[in-house]
Ligand binder design. Structure first.
Ligand SMILES: C[S@@+](CC[C@H](N)C(=O)[O-])C[C@H]1O[C@@H](n2cnc3c(N)ncnc32)[C@H](O)[C@@H]1O
Length: 226
């Protein structure tokens, strides 16, 4: 798995890639690259954006700048990159990220994430360079960097070796093991705190009962809408 993130703020990712599961995934062979869009701009003064045609607030990331960054990095026509890998524009109104989408992405050999800033991406970037749009939720962030980290985190933790304990990803919220339901509740020591007791079944040592209780809790949680 290879993920390239096109961003105006590559330094945002320095901390991210020091996180243990990200490091584990990288050590196990995944690759994470941050491409500084500004480094490739053909415009003077390191310009990357411009005012929107038709008026309005904010600045729009220019299509020629993204073209230059993609073609320099991949050494091919930027419009052809999406024929070789999944190129995803991060946008608030894109396809909502959920477990099925994350799984789908984690099975890809290569992803490219395009981060917007300010007013967003020139729509021609979305139409001609990206093959799809992705949203991490129906709200607006200041830029695509946090959204890219969410995608990378969710995808990389699915890769073999990313998590310390292999079972952690196999049986968690929305996994097949739980029939797509949310995970059951967890408890640890102390068994009683301020009079709040851990469910007795979890202290029973009876594996079948515990398994059934967890499945039932998971099912009940699936019926509740927060
Ligand atoms: C301030 S936003 C632009 C919002 C845009 N003007 C709109 O109203 O939809 C700047 C950039 O942040 C990223 N972004 C913001 N919210 C996002 C979300 N919920 N999911 C994915 N990316 C998001 C996108 O890359 C976007 O181009």
């Amino acid at each position: 798995m290879e993920i390239d993130v096109f961003t105006l703020f590559p330094e945002w990712f320095e901390w991210f890639q020091t996180q243990r599961h990200v490091r584990n995934a990288l050590d196990a062979g995944a690759r994470l690259t941050y491409v500084d869009i500004r480094e490739h701009t053909p415009l003077s003064g390191r310009q990357v954006d411009d005012t929107p045609f038709g008026g309005g607030a904010g600045m729009v990331l220019r299509v020629d700048v993204m073209d230059a960054a993609l073609s320099a990095h991949y050494r091919m026509d930027a419009a052809a990159v999406r024929d070789t890998r999944r190129v995803i524009a991060l946008t608030p109104a894109g396809r909502p990220l959920d477990e099925a989408y994350v799984r789908e992405l984690s099975e890809q050999p290569a992803l490219t994430l395009l981060c917007g800033r300010y007013e967003g991406l020139d729509e021609r970037i979305v139409e001609h360079f990206a093959g799809e749009t992705l949203s991490i939720g129906r709200y607006v962030l200041s830029g695509g960097e946090l959204a890219a980290m969410v995608v990378c985190d969710a995808v990389l933790r699915k890769l073999p070796g990313a998590l310390g304990h292999a079972d952690s990803a196999a049986e968690e919220s929305f996994s097949d093991a739980l029939g797509g339901m949310p995970e059951y509740p967890h408890y640890t020591r102390p068994a009683e705190y301020r009079g709040w007791k851990v469910p007795e079944v979890l202290l029973s040592g009876h594996h079948d009962r515990i398994k059934r209780w967890r499945q039932e809790q998971s099912r009940l949680r699936g019926l509740q809408r927060p």
